[in-house]
Every structure is written in structure tokens, then in C-alpha cells.
Ligand binder design. Structure first.
Ligand code: SF4
Ligand code: SF4
Length: 470
């Protein structure tokens, strides 16, 4: 058998060597003989006999053959004549239960953030043709739809999104109560979460979070300086002084679920370290996640060239702090690195960039079924309606046309098991089609993925117990 090195990315931890495998996305530790086999194959295709001959003075034939078998098994090497390994084929939707339903309960917001995709030319939803608020009947029907689509799954996640979600608080209360009652009847657990800009938080709402175990994420851009520059009311007034006491009250009282912060990073707001420090250390959020804007109809907000370098260095510095904290047995709240470590640990090899369109669906105010919360309300990304169910033919076509196998630009990229071409909404905004991979940020994605792999490798060598919690 003629052997060749597989497509992989190798890196070294302090005490161990690791191999990151494409397309399986598995991370394996190399022993000395496996490492030598790979080094030898790096010089060109070889037979098993060639390898035994060149490495025979250091290891027995049995050790070399067993190493070859293991490397073949984890797809680090392959037979020259074997067909290339491809990701698993798309399963039909009927076999993939819905895990998360996102209800866009309103498209209205009481803030006017300049970069928001809801209000600029980035919007792919024509808001004038849709009701601004979801009504009770649509919300109840959406809940029925969620259970019907969840198949045999014992649990479902109901997520509320906006606009500003709390503008429709009355409907949140009634629909979650209905979902919990129905979940009890069906023997399914319902977890609930929402995102809010925190301007409308009040005692009654926090009480409801606590009583109903609602997970809360607050959209916030940093300290007063950043928040008041970007997250403003329509009259231009900053929102920091309005939200700070409300957030402090929320954090002091809502202990049942961790409260996280979600920061929108634009080309004008990239001081990741100071934002993190303020939100985690000074305000006391449980975790902080950053969402970089890489495409915007307003050029000054899109992160480009130098911005990507600054973003990467900020993320790398926080990832370094995360690693140090993990090695010392302390908690660090940088959720971007934690989320990627989790994907690596699960050996993720994505056929699609995210769950949008199958495990996750979005419902805009009128009850149409959409890919996700950001695409909710777009007629060209409609996958049915909560009143008549999922359009399985449209869904199957979507999943097939968006499969990583059809993204030829990504076919040789080692990061594709985790990236798979990136966000559909971004692709649509930038290239006018969701099928196009987001090639404008490949370099950044690969550099960031590499950083996460190094963190993972070091933890695997020094604190494997930490990884078990992921
Ligand atoms: S979009 Fe770029 S980084 Fe992502 S998988 Fe495709 S080629 Fe790789
Ligand atoms: S399409 Fe983009 S915004 Fe929607 S769930 Fe996927 S990654 Fe998130």
C-alpha cells in the first residue's frame, strides 16, 4: 500500500505534540514512532515497507505497522489510491430534531445603534411588510410548532430575541408559561433564554427571570466611553447610565443562571482587553462574548485589514489569560475561546457552519419559519410557517446547496471542520448570497482557530481534567 500524509495541521504544546485532523477535526497526541512516520511521509509517498526500512533501526516492524494502522484509523495518513474522505451526507430534516426555536418577538427597538443590521442597508428583512410585534396567537402556535418539530428529543430551548425583546414582555410571559405547561404535558423540559439591551429591566422582570430560570444575555459594548458612543437612543443620548444600575441589580439578584455580556466589535471598537476587563472584573458578568462585525453597509464599522490584526492580538491576549487561569484552576469569562475549545473537544466536523436551518430555526413576528434570528422575516430565506409546518423540500434544498462539499473555495482549508464557510447572514450581506463562503475573513479565522488549538493542546497535556468539563 502506498501511503501519503493526510491533510492536517500539527502543533506543539510544551510537553507534547499534537495533530489536528481535517476533516475529522479530532486532536490527537503523537507518540515518537507516529511522529517519525509522519516526518518520513512528509518527504513523499512511501510504502509500508519503505517506512519499515527507514525507521527499522529505531523501532520494530510491529511497532511501525501498528503506528501506520493507528494513523490510518484517525485519518492522519491515507492510501494514495483511496478515495478522499468527505463529510457525512446531509440527513433529511425529519431525522434532525429541532433543538432551539428563536422567537423574534418584536422588530422594534428603543435604541438606535449605528451598526445594527436591523436598521441599515444590511437588513435582509423588509420590516414594513411585517407586524412590529408578535401576537399571542402566533407565539402559542410557535410553541406548538417547536414541540412538534422536536421529535423524540427530551428537551427544547426557547429563545426570545428582538429588536428589544423586553418591549414585548407581556407576550414573553404568556408564551413561556404556555411552553412550560405544554412541556409538562408532553414530558419535555423547556429551557428559556433571551437577549436584551437592559434599558427596560425592572424589578418585576428580574423576578420573572428568577422564577422561570431564564438565561439572560445583555448586549453591551463596554464602559461608558464605548457604550455611549455606539449604543444610543434616537436622540443621541448614551445608554450607559440607564443600564448600569439595572445590570447591577440583575447580577445581584439573578443567581439561577449565569448572566453573560455580548459585545459587538466594530472597526471603531476593538479594545478587547479593556472591554473585557470592565465587563468581567468591574461589572461582574459571568462571561463575555465578542461578535466581530466584518461586513457593514457603513464602511467605518466593518473590521478590515489592520482591524483584523488588532482583533486577533486582543483575542490572543485574552486566550492566553484564559489558559493561565485554567492551568491555575481559576475561572475566566472569555466565552469565545471556551466555545471553540468545546467544539474541538467534541471533535466537531461541520457539514454546515451553524445549526441555522435545522437544529435552530427563527420565527419572525408573523410566524414564518426562517433560518435563524438574523434571517428571520426574509422571504428569500423562508422555510415554512409555524401555522403549516416546515417546508421540508425547501429545507432539504437549502441543506444540500449549503453543504461544505459545495464550497469549493473551502475544500483545501484546514479550518473548515470548525468554520465551514461562516455565517450565512454575513455572506448574504457581503456577497448577496448565503451559499458563498466568507472568504474576506479566512486569514483571521485560521489564525484564531490555530490559537484555540494551541490552548487546547496545552490543556490536554497539563490539565486534561479541565477539558472534561467542556
Ligand atoms: S471560509 Fe475561509 S476559513 Fe472558513 S472554511 Fe472556508 S476557506 Fe476556510
Ligand atoms: S446564520 Fe449567522 S447569525 Fe444565523 S445562526 Fe448561523 S452564524 Fe448565527
Amino acid at each position: 500500500m502506498m501511503l501519503r500524509r493526510g491533510e492536517y495541521h500539527a502543533f506543539s504544546g510544551a510537553d507534547a505534540r499534537y495533530l489536528y485532523l481535517v476533516p475529522s477535526a479530532g486532536v490527537v497526541e503523537l507518540d515518537d514512532v507516529s511522529h517519525a512516520v509522519l516526518e518520513t511521509l512528509a518527504t513523499g509517498d512511501k510504502t509500508a515497507n519503505d517506512l519499515a526500512e527507514s525507521l527499522g533501526s529505531r523501532w520494530s516492524g510491529e511497532e511501525i505497522r501498528s503506528s501506520i494502522d493507528e494513523l490510518l484509523g484517525v485519518r492522519a495518513i491515507h492510501s494514495v489510491i483511496a478515495p478522499p474522505v468527505t463529510p457525512p451526507p446531509v440527513k433529511s430534516k425529519r431525522s434532525i430534531p429541532l433543538q432551539t426555536l428563536v422567537l423574534n418577538v418584536t422588530s422594534k427597538c428603543n435604541l438606535s445603534c449605528g451598526y445594527c443590521y436591523e436598521y441599515g442597508e444590511d437588513r435582509i428583512v423588509e420590516s414594513t411588510t411585517k407586524p412590529r410585534f408578535m401576537d399571542e396567537a402566533t407565539a402559542r402556535q410557535s410553541v406548538d410548532f417547536m414541540f412538534a418539530e422536536s421529535g423524540d428529543s427530551p428537551s427544547v430551548n426557547l429563545t426570545f430575541f428582538g429588536g428589544e425583546t423586553l418591549l414585548n414582555f407581556k407576550m414573553l410571559k404568556s408564551s413561556l408559561a404556555y411552553a412550560r405547561q405544554k412541556g409538562e404535558e408532553l414530558g419535555k423540559q423547556v429551557s428559556a433564554s433571551l437577549t436584551t439591551n437592559a434599558t427596560l429591566l425592572r424589578e418585576e422582570i428580574v423576578d420573572w427571570f428568577i422564577e422561570n430560570d431564564v438565561g439572560v444575555t445583555v448586549s453591551i459594548d463596554g464602559a461608558r466611553e464605548q457604550q455611549d458612543k455606539f449604543r444610543v437612543f434616537s436622540n443621541g443620548m448614551g445608554s450607559y447610565d440607564i443600564i448600569l444600575p439595572r445590570i447591577k441589580d440583575l447580577l445581584a439578584r439573578h443567581k439561577r443562571r449565569p448572566v453573560g455580556a455580548r459585545v459587538t466589535l466594530t472597526g471603531q471598537n476593538l479594545d478587547v482587553a479593556s472591554i473585557y476587563h470592565h465587563l468581567f472584573e468591574e461589572i461582574g458578568f459571568w462571561e463575555v462574548g465578542f461578535a466581530p462585525v466584518t461586513t457593514s453597509w457603513q464602511r467605518e464599522y466593518a473590521i478590515e485589514d489592520e482591524g483584523f490584526r488588532s482583533l486577533l492580538s486582543g483575542f490572543q491576549s485574552l486566550a492566553d489569560d484564559y489558559l493561565k487561569a485554567a492551568l491555575a484552576g481559576k475561572r475566566h469569562g472569555f466565552s469565545n475561546v471556551r466555545d471553540t475549545l468545546e467544539e474541538i473537544h467534541k471533535g466537531m466536523s461541520k457539514s454546515h457552519p451553524c445549526g441555522a436551518g435545522f437544529g435552530l430555526l427563527g420565527v419572525p413576528t408573523d410566524g414564518d419559519v426562517a433560518l435563524c434570528y438574523r434571517c428571520a422575516g426574509s422571504d428569500s430565506h423562508k422555510l415554512g410557517s409555524v401555522f403549516i409546518g416546515v417546508d421540508h423540500a425547501a429545507q432539504a434544498t437549502f441543506l444540500e446547496t449549503h453543504h461544505i462539499d459545495n464550497k469549493t473555495d473551502c475544500s483545501t482549508c484546514w479550518a473548515r471542520p470548525l468554520c465551514a464557510g461562516g455565517c450565512y447572514h454575513e455572506a448574504h450581506t457581503r456577497y448577496g448570497t448565503t451559499t458563498q463562503p466568507n472568504l474576506h475573513y479566512c486569514e483571521w479565522i485560521r489564525a484564531w482557530t490555530n490559537t484555540c488549538l494551541e490552548v487546547y493542546g496545552t490543556l490536554a497535556a497539563k490539565r486534561p481534567d479541565f477539558l472534561e468539563h467542556l
